[in-house]
Design a protein around this ligand. Structure first.
Ligand SMILES: [Fe+2]
Length: 236
């Protein structure tokens, strides 16, 4: 008789990446949508959400003040609607010219005063990214790369170089079930097998992402892949 080891489902109390502030990026559009999605996170067992709107020079040029204004509004609405969950705000910084300016001006919204979530372009491999990462680190920040599995131009050697620069990796849970296609799914697996994943994020923009998130948590392959990893979401 063959015995299969039962895989324990991962429980994440903290989410580190989502687009739930209404109307400021390509995420949720209305406050009602935000509240409905937050209810779903509560049903999934989350106790804390770190919301990370895009900050992107050419499309979502959100100021720190606007982001803070929006999170206060959302916190208030959650309170009024008896949604009991801790909300924090940070941003998903695009790796562009303005990001460098923001680092220089100390105009950033770090997670826990030190972690900075950033993303690269999906189309072009970044050049000279080492200098900007050094700049961030010299200011005392710890860089977290959002969804490394989604950059098709990166291979395992690139991932190793980024790790040597002490960049932490946040993978999207829904990549594991092929939400973004086969290549990101394969890269998620590779990163998991090489124990390179530090954080798991939802990156929810709308309801279809939430449906994919629920499917992922029930998927045995996802739970098997992450079962031996040291996921650090609870540090945040
Ligand atoms: Fe995102």
């Amino acid at each position: 008789m063959i015995f299969f080891k039962k895989i324990k489902k991962i429980e994440l109390k903290t989410d580190i990446h989502s687009h739930l502030l209404p109307g400021i990026d390509d995420g949720v559009k209305t406050i009602d949508e935000s509240l409905l999605l937050i209810k779903e996170y509560i049903n999934l067992g989350y106790k804390k959400l770190i919301i990370t709107p895009h900050v992107m020079y050419d499309s979502y040029n959100n100021s720190t003040d606007l982001i803070l204004e929006k999170i206060n509004y959302l916190k208030n609405e959650c309170f009024k609607n008896n949604l009991n969950i801790e909300l924090e705000v940070s941003a998903e910084y695009n790796f562009d010219e303005e990001f460098v300016e923001r680092i220089e001006k100390n105009d950033l919204l770090p997670i826990n005063k030190k972690y900075i979530l950033f993303e690269f372009s999906f189309y072009q491999k970044p050049v000279n990214y080492e200098n900007i990462i050094f700049k961030l680190k010299s200011k005392g920040y710890i860089p977290i790369l959002a969804h490394p599995e989604r950059y098709r131009y990166f291979d395992l050697e690139d991932f190793k170089s980024l790790k040597e620069l002490e960049v932490m990796f946040q993978c999207n849970i829904i990549s594991s079930i092929g939400f973004y296609g086969k290549t990101p799914q394969k890269k998620f697996k590779e990163l998991a097998k090489n124990k390179m994943i530090d954080f798991l994020g939802s990156d929810v923009h709308s309801f279809n992402y939430m449906e994919a998130l629920k499917i992922s948590f029930n998927s045995s392959s996802f739970n098997r892949l992450v079962s031996n990893l040291h996921i650090k979401n609870s540090y945040l």
